[in-house]
Design a protein around this ligand. Structure first.
Ligand code: PLP
Length: 360
């Protein structure tokens, strides 16, 4: 029986990547040791680090005037690193709140800078909507504008990109980076915790425009100072070398899949397959307005909640793992990041239809 892991994060990694890491764990690169046991300053590891960055740049067509940083502390460390690094650009930041993660970013950033919420989600006819740009405006004096294009907990994804003029747009792409083509030039900063679409937890990738490297507060901790880390090639402190290596294998795998264009098409197919199953059933429901449904995190509720436990345990027995929704939302959530094959989604929909036929 195939096992499909729908965990929201840390999430499934491509099988091919895990096999490669396993095959070279004990003797990496002819060194007779694992990649974890060599100096980050030695030539062999520098080559790994450089290739990972080059591949990521290729995948996302990162322009030359952007730095790519590999830092520690996951996605949440950026919630404070962003206000600390942009502190001298202005006295306040603006935030669009579209779910749990963008809300969490406001709470943390508020410790370091006034952080104004321009708008939050609303409900209409029983569906959840994100407040679109016609409902708020960007203050040209803001130090930056922050939003989260994919809300992992709520299953909400925003396909438009806020137009913020000269105010740097900062995006938390922890759960949808590398899932579709984006135009990096639209953003001042893109950051992502690694454990959804990149690699092991603890690592974060930060893509930051050069001209934003001169606004940090004097008391910014050195390891979170973008300018310093850019100057030191993310090696001011010892970087998470194994995570960086694994992220590099994931980037190689993405290139082998034909790059982001192919991955994007596959992700569209996977999410449509699952939403079709939900919409054509009378047991499963999803209340995110169709244009805001996430392609990465598909939430659904059972009309009869007394069936939740039976659903989860039967799914688990069928090899469909980690479908329980976030505790704040309840119901079910299938996270179908890049590493989830279409077969896994098809297996889930077949299971859901059979469960509805026999128990629903
Ligand atoms: C998972 C996640 C985070 C937090 O990542 P950590 O590595 O746990 O700090 C932040 N933002 C989004 C959108 C996420 O999905």
């Amino acid at each position: 029986m195939s096992i499909y892991n729908f965990s929201a994060g840390p999430a499934a990694l491509p099988q091919a990547v895990l096999k490669k890491a396993q095959a070279e764990l004990l003797d990496w690169n002819g060194q007779g040791t694992s990649v974890m046991e060599v100096s980050h300053r030695g030539k062999p590891f520098i080559a790994v680090a450089d290739k990972a960055e080059a591949d990521l740049r290729q995948l996302l067509s990162v322009p030359d005037n952007y730095k790519v940083l590999f830092l520690q502390g996951g996605g949440r460390a950026q919630f404070f690193a962003v206000p600390l690094n942009l502190a001298k650009r202005g006295d306040f930041a603006q935030h669009l709140v579209s779910g749990q993660w963008s809300k969490g970013a406001v709470a943390e950033a508020s410790k370091y800078m006034r952080s104004d919420v321009v708008a939050s989600n609303y409900e209409k006819d029983g569906n959840i909507f994100v407040s679109d740009p016609s409902m708020w405006s960007v203050d040209p004096n803001a130090a930056y504008f922050h939003y989260c294009p994919n809300e992992t907990v709520d299953g909400i994804e925003i396909s438009w990109v806020p137009k913020t003029g000269d105010v740097p747009l900062v995006a938390d792409m922890s759960s949808n980076i590398l899932s579709k083509q984006i135009n990096i030039a639209d953003y001042g900063i893109v950051y992502a915790g690694a454990q959804k679409n990149i690699g092991p937890s603890g690592l974060a990738v930060v893509i930051v425009r050069d001209d934003l490297l001169s606004y940090s507060r004097a008391d910014t901790p050195a390891i979170y100072d973008y300018a310093l880390q850019a100057k030191k090639d993310s090696m001011y402190n010892t970087p998470p070398t194994f995570s960086w290596y694994l992220a590099g294998l994931v980037f190689e795998w993405l290139l082998e899949q034909g790059g982001i264009q192919n991955i994007e098409a596959m992700n569209a197919k996977k999410s449509l397959t699952l939403y079709d199953c939900i919409d054509s059933s009378s047991l499963y429901t999803n209340h995110v307005a169709p244009q805001y449904r996430s392609r990465m995190n598909v939430g659904f509720h059972l009309a009869d909640t007394s069936l939740n436990d039976a659903f989860l345990s039967a799914a688990d027995k069928a090899g469909l793992k980690a479908l329980k929704g976030h505790r704040d939302v309840g119901g079910m959530r299938a996270s179908i990041y890049n590493a989830m094959p279409l077969d896994g989604v098809v297996a889930l929909t077949e299971f859901m239809r059979e469960f509805e036929r026999t128990k629903g």
